[in-house]
Design a binder for this molecule. Structure first.
Ligand code: UFG
Length: 342
């Protein structure tokens, strides 16, 4: 029988793509998601892509009793990938308690239930936000973490620490935190992708919605940064490439290839792109003319960050492969699919 992997948040953006890659790599998957920011139809679409329907349960992972009950009912789980979390940076500033309660309690409940039921392996969805604005670029895993810019960012840092400390106290638990840079794009099938509720905060969904005519124009938040064209630089990682990093992390844990029982890796392309470069790459990749204007800086934005991915390349045998034009075309195809645009 195939190894069973629990994917929390498996109907979300990165979660759904990871379920596809896990199933295509031969794993069985059970998703837990409370659908607070995703739709149940995602499960159907995963089944369409892979020909295999993942199991699905709907409950809130911040409920301790429900989590323990779930693990007791599923004794064959071999590893957990924990995506389920609130993720809106701005919202977290206004609702800190909701963010800490949801994001931190869920993780603690999962770790406790893993220990109690003998599940040994966890992959955690972390973020490059833990580096803040680093002094030296690109960032390696040795780059110091800086105080978080938002409660959301702090939940990532705190959760990394909780996993580190729990692994330190429990030699039988193995954790890997993956620090994602900026995940973008969609599955090449255009059956799953990113579905932000309301006005998107993130750059690529805003671009595709503008291209689809839902938004008048893209606002570029500042061109007076200390970068070659003045716009901020990020490391945009294709969501399918990113999902594959989870599959190799799971294999590393299941095969006992991890070098210590808590590890963390940068998951990016290693290449920084400015907002302006990304906008131009989108127009080139899709042939769509994107209306935009330069406006004031957005509060809390850092100037630039991109990954040194040497550790992930060497240790996980993973690297980003999809060219940025293909990634942006996939995001546009997904938007067209959602909007019914031919
Ligand atoms: N941007 C615009 N216009 C928009 C949206 C974004 O110009 O309408 C710019 C931003 O100023 C920034 C870049 O596009 O320079 C990327 O912005 P995103 O909001 O897409 O991504 P961020 O880098 O701000 O945030 C991402 C994740 C967070 C995570 C953070 C860590 O969304 O979850 O990286 O650095 F915390």
């Amino acid at each position: 029988m195939a190894n069973l992997i629990l994917v929390t948040g498996g109907t979300g953006f990165i979660g759904s793509h990871t379920v596809v890659e896990l199933q295509q790599a031969g794993y069985d998957v059970i998703i837990v998601d409370n659908l607070s920011n995703s739709k149940i139809e995602v499960v159907d679409n995963i089944a369409k892509i892979t020909g295999k329907r993942p199991e699905f349960e709907n409950f809130d992972l911040s409920n301790r009793a429900d989590v323990l009950n779930f693990f007791l009912r599923h004794k064959d789980i071999k590893a957990v990938i924990h995506f389920a979390a609130f993720k809106a940076v701005g919202e977290s500033v206004n609702k800190p308690l909701e963010y800490y309660r949801n994001n931190v309690n869920s993780l603690m409940n999962i770790l406790e239930a893993m220990k109690f039921t003998g599940v040994h392996n966890l992959v955690f969805s972390s973020s490059c936000t833990v580096y803040g604005q680093p002094e030296k670029l690109p960032v390696t895993e040795a780059t110091p973490r800086l105080p978080a810019e938002s409660p959301y960012g702090n939940t990532k840092a705190v959760n990394e620490d909780i996993i580190r400390d729990f692994c330190h106290a429990n030699a039988d638990i193995n954790g890997i935190a993956l620090r994602y840079f900026n995940p973008i794009g969609a599955h090449p099938s255009a059956l799953i992708g990113e579905s932000p509720v309301g006005v998107p905060n993130n750059l690529v969904p805003y671009i595709t919605q503008t291209a689809a005519g839902l938004r008048k124009e893209l606002s570029i938040f500042g061109n007076d940064y200390n970068t070659p064209d003045g716009t901020p630089i990020r490391d945009y990682i294709n969501v399918v490439d990113l999902s594959k990093a989870h599959v190799v992390a799971i294999a590393r844990l299941l095969n006992g290839k991890n070098k210590s029982n808590y590890e963390y890796f940068n998951i990016g392309t290693g290449k920084g792109l400015s907002v302006m470069e990304l906008v131009n790459a989108f127009m080139k990749a899709t042939g769509v003319n994107l209306p935009y204007k330069i406006v004031a800086r957005r509060a809390g934005d850092i100037e630039q960050i991109y990954a040194d991915t040497t550790l992930a390349n060497n240790e996980l045998g993973w690297k980003a492969e999809v060219p940025i034009e293909d990634t942006l075309a996939s995001a546009w195809n997904w938007e067209k699919h959602v909007r019914g645009i031919k």
